[in-house]
Design a protein around this ligand. Structure first.
Ligand code: HEC
Length: 153
């Protein structure tokens, strides 16, 4: 009967290390961008892997607004979410589409979750709303051409 307490000690040691390791991880960011997308999808889409909306504004509201804010003015805090309103980079439809397809530094990629039509719709929405007035919409075919060759999941 001498082994039992030994197991208990080992178990306790493991538990303690686990707890310590958990406490050592920074508290600032508790969810990864991938998890944030999963949460968004589960809240707004009938399909767990893809967004179901096709309307640019609806896609913005459900996908982008959480970070870039309702009025597209972005947010500043622990991590800055740049504004999409009055942002000269919006001048390039290829840039905006590329950001959505492949992600951009701290921004997650949405290429796998949206069709070419959806990416085009949301690109055209953000470039024509929020005081943006670019009159060269991107087409789904152009979006397809911008997708990286290997769109791994
Ligand atoms: C999880 C938060 C998050 C979501 C959701 C998100 N973005 Fe972003 N976005 C960011 C961050 C952070 C950056 C800045 C990246 C950097 O420069 O480090 C960014 C950058 C951008 C930029 C480049 C702006 C610039 O000045 O460089 C565009 C355009 C953009 N996002 C559009 C969108 C669109 C459209 C959507 C919805 C399809 C979207 N974003 C969803 C966080 C997000």
């Amino acid at each position: 009967m001498i082994k039992r307490p030994l197991y208990a000690v080992v178990a306790l040691a493991l538990l303690t290390t686990g707890t310590l390791a958990q406490e050592a991880t920074p508290k600032a960011r508790t969810t990864s961008p991938a998890e944030e997308i999963e949460t968004l999808l589960s809240r707004f889409s009938d399909d767990p892997d893809h967004f179901t909306q096709t309307d640019g504004e609806a896609l913005y509201r459900t996908t982008c607004q959480a970070c870039h804010m309702e009025d597209g003015r972005g947010a500043e805090g622990a991590g800055a979410h740049p504004p999409l309103a009055g942002n000269p980079k919006m001048n390039s439809k290829h840039f905006v589409t590329g950001v959505i397809l492949t992600g951009y530094h701290g921004m997650p990629r949405f290429g796998d979750m949206m069709t070419d039509e959806q990416v085009a719709a949301v690109t055209n929405y953000v470039r024509s709303d929020f005081d943006n007035d670019y009159s060269d919409p991107i087409t789904p075919d152009e979006v397809a051409a911008l997708r990286p060759p290997e769109d791994e999941d």
